[in-house]
Design a protein around this ligand. Structure first.
Ligand code: HAM
Length: 432
């Protein structure tokens, strides 16, 4: 056992795994850009109050899972690692006066999040999200745009069988009466409520319907649902979201039990699931509208909507679906490996590789001093397309270019090498 190990619930992503991550991150960034969302980067830690106020004081994320940083001095503010990016992005929106920019402000962020949760399959203490936010558009069209974007991401990633669960959870107009009704309902069951839920009954009854405690399942099944009690404006908005999704051909399932675990949500709420794995714990992604959050964090009343897609869970799901899951394509194999008959001639090999790299080719140079046979074996193991063999021809400005999968070899001038490698590599990948 080594003396030091990565902390529980965290992992090292080793070089064999990172190409699959890089692929997903690129896909996410390309897709977001195509849809007109621009990159934002917010800090990985914030004042804890951003999350306490934004996500909500009486939520699992804040009460149980916040990674709080201990203050350095007595006067220090209280900081916390970010459990999610939305509150920080909205904090930045307010801080930088983005309400004066053309609305809506559409942004995306990809990065690690931190939740002090009990680690288990698909649940980590450091995990990665692809997050999208559109701030300043009341919808309903943008709600559908965002849900469609999420579905397109899964499809392009190669995952099949993803479903959207959709709900509307009302707003400040329909909620007060609902809260009263809900409180009355749970009071009838107070004897059967676990301690956390009993405590939350008076502090934040809206969190009870999404409790993960198994003891709550049957009680929650009978609880009144906001979806049946929407005010006219919320009902019209929800109808609009569905009409836009229908028109785009995005399939979804209405789920009146879907409430989400963060306090900031209003109206549209949705989650992405893989068919047959619709357990509470295993959402691939989720999001919704947060029309009160900008104001809550000190800005002018401004609507917003977004999603967070868990990249760890997406990769796990892709693995379960096997190589057909589309991520088998991810590779960082070199296009060319420069080898040589004279093991000591590292200068020649490094110079040739340096020129290839300058011309944009993914090249490795054999810098060790082993025999040519071993060098070629290593090139094949790397799944390189070409071995460039440096030998006596170098005196005439030439090298041998060996196509490893094809088993063919020819003499190429060093000055033409990059062009020749690029051309042959391209042709190979386009099957001609
Ligand atoms: P969330 O549902 O808390 O929403 O998280 C979004 C996704 O992050 C989950 O569906 C899941 O895939 C992934 N995730 C969450 N916790 C973990 C964990 N411990 N381990 C692995 N993956 C995890 C939000 O975070 C909202 N900010 C989404 C949003 C954006 N709503 C509006 N805009």
């Amino acid at each position: 056992m080594p003396a030091f190990r990565a902390a529980r619930g965290t992992r090292d992503l080793l070089p064999d795994e990172t190409p699959r991550w890089t692929r997903l991150e690129r896909l996410a960034a390309d897709l977001a850009t195509r849809y007109g969302y621009r990159r934002i980067e917010t800090p990985m830690f914030e004042q804890a109050a951003v999350f306490e106020r934004g996500v909500g004081e009486v939520t699992d994320i804040v009460e149980k899972e916040l990674f709080r940083l201990s203050p350095r001095t007595e006067e220090s503010e209280s900081w916390s690692l970010r459990p999610e990016p939305t509150a920080g992005i909205v904090r930045a929106y307010v801080q930088h006066g983005m309400q004066t920019w053309p609305q809506p402000v559409k942004v995306y962020e990809i990065g690690p999040m931190f939740r002090y949760d009990r680690p288990q399959a698909g649940r980590f203490r450091q995990f990665w999200q692809f997050d999208i936010e559109a701030i300043g558009d009341p919808g309903p069209a943008v709600d559908a745009e965002i849900i469609e974007l999420g579905m397109r991401f899964y499809t392009d990633a190669g995952l099949t069988g993803v479903k959207v669960l959709l709900n509307s959870i009302g707003d400040a107009v329909c909620r007060p009466a609902y809260i009263e009704e809900l409180t009355a309902y749970y009071r009838q069951h107070i004897e059967s409520l676990p301690a956390t839920e009993r405590d939350r009954l008076e502090r934040n009854v809206l969190r009870l319907p999404d409790s993960k405690d198994p003891a709550m399942a049957s009680i929650n099944a009978g609880a009144p649902r906001i979806t049946d009690r929407l005010c006219d404006a919320c009902a019209a908005h929800f109808g609009g979201v569905r009409a836009h999704l229908d028109a785009l051909g995005v399939p979804y399932r209405l789920d009146p039990g879907l409430v989400r675990g963060l306090d900031y949500y209003t109206r549209t709420a949705f989650e992405f699931y893989i068919e047959g794995r619709e357990g509470q714990q295993q959402a691939l992604g989720g999001g919704g509208r947060y029309d009160g959050l900008v104001e809550l964090l000190g800005g002018r009343p401004t609507p917003g909507i977004g999603f967070g897609i868990g990249l760890d869970r997406l990769l796990l799901a892709l693995e379960e679906q096997g190589p057909a899951g589309g991520d088998a394509m991810a590779s960082d194999a070199p296009t060319a490996v420069v080898v040589g008959a004279d093991p000591a001639a590292t200068i020649d090999r490094l110079r040739i590789a340096t020129r290839l790299r300058a011309d944009g080719i993914v090249a490795r140079a054999e810098l060790g001093q082993r025999k040519l046979g071993k060098q070629l074996e290593a090139a094949a193991r790397d799944q390189a397309h070409f071995a460039i063999i440096v030998g006596d021809e170098l005196a005439n400005g030439e090298v041998q270019l060996r196509d490893l999968p094809a088993g063919t070899q020819k003499v190429v001038g060093v000055d033409d090498l990059a062009r020749e490698v690029a051309r042959a590599h391209q042709a190979h990948h386009h099957g001609s």
